[in-house]
Design a protein around this ligand. Structure first.
Ligand code: NAD
Ligand code: 0WE
Length: 260
């Protein structure tokens, strides 16, 4: 295929949420790159700098990565100031960031502290609003914003707790952002992924059982592959999805349609 026939040829994207090669953000970034997009990466802090620079480097030495802790307005502003050194246009934004204090993901939801509730919502939901607003001055030709969600936003998943409430806020934010920005040809959607074996899922008690449960009970009888999240990310970013905004697209082997 010639590069001009690639679905994201000439597009520029910013990526939030790569921690390592197993990150969902890395799967979508690879798919965006293979579809012809040029990408700029962020990383949460110094701890992840080398990891992310090494991964970004596989796209060519000129692929940039800058720090951005999304809980800091100053770091968000600084990140986009760094982006401005490379481009005056952004077409794609990937939000693949979530965090709740570990103790909030065990035990009962009713025991969630004010502090854990605030942190989970700040990092996992508000950051989509703040990052999208910071990207707006660059999205002169319209754009596509993609966020990652999970079924626990809709239904009670044991121990997902405050993260489920934060994902509900994220999904509602997707809709309100889509309504605000549609006239600027900026689309905002979420991918609700089935359970994936990443750093964020590791150490969750019963995670292996959850993978087995999806295998046993989803219509497709299997778990989701990273490349399938990548392909959905490319679709949502491409002109094929030009009339799709404000949606939560389930990429979960069909699990969420089942009543029992
Ligand atoms: P991951 O650990 O690879 O990615 C989570 C990312 O969030 C990391 O890169 C981490 O650095 C980043 N992050 C956390 N706090 C941050 C902060 N303050 N500032 C900047 N970045 C911060 O795990 P993942 O599974 O790839 O998670 C990515 C997204 O996918 C999350 O939104 C998660 O909720 C969602 N998701 C995951 C699954 C799953 O089963 N793994 C399923 C559905 C949705
Ligand atoms: O969104 C997530 C997990 C996000 C996450 C993970 C952690 C682990 C380490 C947020 N915060 C933290 N904080 C930490 O200290 N998923 C969709 C994966 C996930 O997490 C679960 C799940 C699934 C699925 C937690 C309980 C039950 C199911």
């Amino acid at each position: 295929m010639s590069s001009t026939s690639l679905p994201l040829a000439g597009k520029v994207g910013v990526v939030f949420g790569v921690a390592n090669k197993r990150s969902i953000a890395w799967a979508i970034a690879q798919a965006w790159h293979q579809a012809g997009a040029k990408l700029i990466f962020s990383y949460q802090g110094e701890r992840l700098k080398d990891n992310v620079e090494e991964l970004a480097g596989t796209f060519g030495a000129e692929t940039a990565a800058y720090p951005c802790d999304v809980s800091s307005d100053a770091q968000v502003a600084e990140f986009f100031a760094n982006v401005a050194k490379h481009t005056d246009t952004i077409d794609l934004l990937l939000h693949s960031v979530a965090f709740a204090p570990k103790e909030a993901l065990t035990g009962r939801f009713v025991d969630t502290t004010r502090e854990a509730f605030a942190v989970a919502h700040d990092i996992s939901a508000y950051s989509l609003v703040g990052l999208t607003r910071a990207a707006l001055p660059f999205m002169k030709n319209g754009g596509s914003v993609v966020a990652m969600s999970y079924y626990g936003a809709e239904k009670v998943v044991p121990h997902y707790n405050v993260m489920g409430v934060a994902k509900a806020a994220l999904e509602a934010s997707v809709r309100y952002l889509a309504a605000d920005l549609g006239r600027q040809k900026i689309r905002v959607n979420a991918i609700s992924a089935g359970p994936m074996n990443t750093l964020a899922a590791r150490g969750i008690a019963g995670f292996t059982e959850m993978l087995k449960h999806y295998e046993a009970h989803s219509p497709l009888g299997r778990n989701v592959e990273m490349s399938e999240l990548g392909a959905t990310g490319v679709f949502l970013a491409s002109d094929g999805a030009a009339a799709i905004t404000g949606q939560v697209m389930y990429v979960d082997s069909g699990y969420c349609i089942m009543g029992m």
